[in-house]
Design a protein around this ligand. Structure first.
Ligand SMILES: [Ca+2]
Ligand SMILES: [Ca+2]
Length: 409
């Protein structure tokens, strides 16, 4: 049995070396460029014709889990801390007072914690934002909060409304990602209920929200509506919130901010980690729904010998697979880079793993990804990536450091 954040904690304890990186602050930004450890050996050769990337330290946090910015706000970056606080970085300065503190509501047992957040597409007007966390009963929970009317750096006291809650009794596979799609809907990834090999066979069962990617339309006052164009609306025995299924622990997924394509990383069991890719339709501004990603009859591109669900007919295999033999243990899905300052990396998908500290990039395609390679920088305890309002990509280490991917000069 394998854990996501629990593995990170172990890795964090064993890793005494600070992650390689340079400060974003101007006084020390000049020391970068010809970085040391990460340019050794084969990586140097692999990157010789490519843009070199370094990690600029934004700030340090207490077990950071995610980074996001409100749409259009180029000054603020918000960082979730696992125990339940949201911190604000204003410009290059981490503010002392948290934006929100829900530590009394959050459980950090197993793979729990405050795991991500998402801003409403109309945040500038509505001031609404959403948080994904594991509550004191172990349930997966998405709540809505509102920004203070008087300060962009504080949530409004007493503004919490429940959006959705899903009981989940085991310690692992808590999912964790919230994202608004380009269609304006809120998507979230729920794990399969935990344990090993999906003991309740939830992922293939459309009657439960566990092991699914969900798509909902949150109501401003709390709760949600089910979008009428969801793939299983009207099908008997299926939950209409389900957008796609056959997932083990979709801990991180993202939408390409330019195209709306879905890149969904599913954490594997004993053999393989995977990234799934679904192209967006231009008209619908969202990826195709109803896709079966194969768990637990399949893990990665292979059959799962211990899978017990009925066969996953018509399932879509991942675009990218990294095996445990290759050193991966728990994949951390990232973003398609849309930061023009990163040159030839524009359009590449960056991702990584908790056990292999080397960041990687690949070009995602329907079918099979291309050009999968190490990027250069290493970041131990990589729990997440995050995008700011300008599309700049950040990498988050549960050890404390949050870094921006920048071009090496
Ligand atoms: Ca099973
Ligand atoms: Ca799969």
């Amino acid at each position: 049995m394998k854990a996501t954040l629990a593995v990170a904690l172990v890795v964090g304890c064993l890793s005494l070396a600070a992650p390689a990186g340079y400060s974003e602050a101007p006084k020390s930004a000049g020391n970068g460029g010809s970085g040391s450890a990460w340019r050794a050996g084969e990586e140097k050769a692999a990157n010789s014709a490519a843009v070199r990337v370094r990690l600029l330290r934004v700030a340090s946090f207490d077990q950071p889990t995610y980074l996001a910015s409100p749409p259009g706000d180029r000054e603020r970056r918000f960082v979730t801390e696992r125990a339940g606080r949201i911190r604000v970085v204003l410009g290059r300065r981490k503010l002392r007072a948290p934006f929100l503190d829900i530590r009394s509501r959050v459980s950090t047992e197993g793979e729990g914690g405050l795991l991500s957040m998402a801003f409403s597409p109309d945040y500038a007007r509505s001031r609404l934002l959403y948080v994904y966390y594991v509550d004191r009963s172990g349930a997966l929970r998405v709540d809505r909060y509102r920004r203070s009317a008087s300060s962009a750096d504080r949530a409004e006291r007493g503004s919490r409304r429940s959006v959705i809650a899903q009981p989940h009794t085991r310690r692992n596979h808590k999912g964790g990602q919230l994202q608004f799609g380009r269609d304006g809907m809120l998507y979230m990834g729920f794990g399969d209920g935990g344990g090993a090999h999906d003991p309740d066979d939830n992922a293939q069962d459309l009657r439960t929200l566990l092991g699914k990617l969900l798509r909902i339309d949150p109501r401003p006052g709390g709760g949600y509506r089910v979008p009428r164009d969801n793939p299983f609306v009207g099908r008997a025995g299926a939950r209409p919130e389900v957008f796609s299924y056959g997932l083990r622990n979709p801990y991180r997924f993202s939408f390409d901010r330019r195209t709306g394509d879905l890149a969904l990383a599913d954490v594997g069991q004993d053999a393989a980690e995977e990234v799934n890719f679904v192209k967006a339709s231009r008209r619908a501004r969202r990826p195709r729904g109803g896709v079966n990603f194969g768990w637990d009859p399949f893990e990665g591109r292979g059959r799962n010998p211990k899978g017990s669900s009925p066969s996953a007919a018509g399932h879509v295999p991942p675009a990218l697979e990294r095996t445990h033999r290759q050193g991966f243990c728990s994949i951390t899905g990232g973003y398609v880079i849309r930061d023009r300052s990163l040159g030839s990396l524009y359009g590449a998908y960056v991702y990584g793993d908790l056990c292999d500290a080397r960041l990687r990039v690949a070009r995602l395609r329907a079918g099979r990804a291309q050009g999968d390679r190490t990027l250069g920088p290493r970041l131990p305890s990589l729990v997440s990536f995050g995008e700011d309002a300008s599309g700049r990509v950040h990498a988050v280490s549960l050890d404390g450091g949050v870094f921006r991917l920048a071009r090496s000069r």
